[in-house]
Design a protein around this ligand. Sequence first.
Ligand code: ZN
Length: 261
Amino acid sequence: MPELPEVEAASRIARRAVRGETIAEVEVLHPAQRRSLPRRAAQALAGDRVTRVARRAKYQVLHLASGRSLVVHFRMAGDWGVTSPGESLPRHSRVALRFTSGRALVLVDPRALCTVTVVEAGDRPLPELGPEADRPSFSAAHLGRALRDRATAIKPLLLDQSIVAGIGNIYASEALWRARLDPRRPGRDVQPAEVKRVVAAVHRVMREALAHPERYYQDGEDGLRFRVYDREGQPCRRCRGPIQRITQAGRSTYWCPACQR
Ligand SMILES: [Zn+2]
């Protein structure tokens, strides 16, 4: 699933492609997307202009001149495509924003799970979200407060977007490996020095991924992509112990039992 760094990279593409463009038509190309964007809501967007593209957590918000906004979530496998006038839409196109210039911004998603929602002017576009994972506002003081009294394990707590925004399953495993912390540790048992290590690790993982957004989509054992994620049974890059996969809150966690305590 695309996480903060990948959604940020995608939102830069959208920003370049659509700022100042006027919507000619919004085509909903798959029934699954009609649930979040019914035909009538899509039709009502014609004539509106995109003034700004923002990202918050894993959401992208296309602000429109009318005061409305379009909130886009890629879910598991969404991404943007941009087409030139006259060019046909890419495979797995789910929603196409066609502009008066003839260009289009297209939501491409093989799994058709992505969502596009219209938020009316004055309405709250996003749920309650914690500080962005790559920002100083995601601090040891903040995380320490959020973990206090929590019996839940640290790994699922890092996926809670109201605690910290933008981390998903991959970078939660990566950050806990960097911090040398056992992902099963209850939040309330994580000591202040360890909280600091987790925050520093999250910042570092985010910084590296933001600097190299292409790595997320690269396969192969080149040592660049992920340190623990998807490496079950392979040697830990720190201690050579075997990486294990466990299930926490229904999601896979990858970690090194030998050096994460
Ligand atoms: Zn290890």
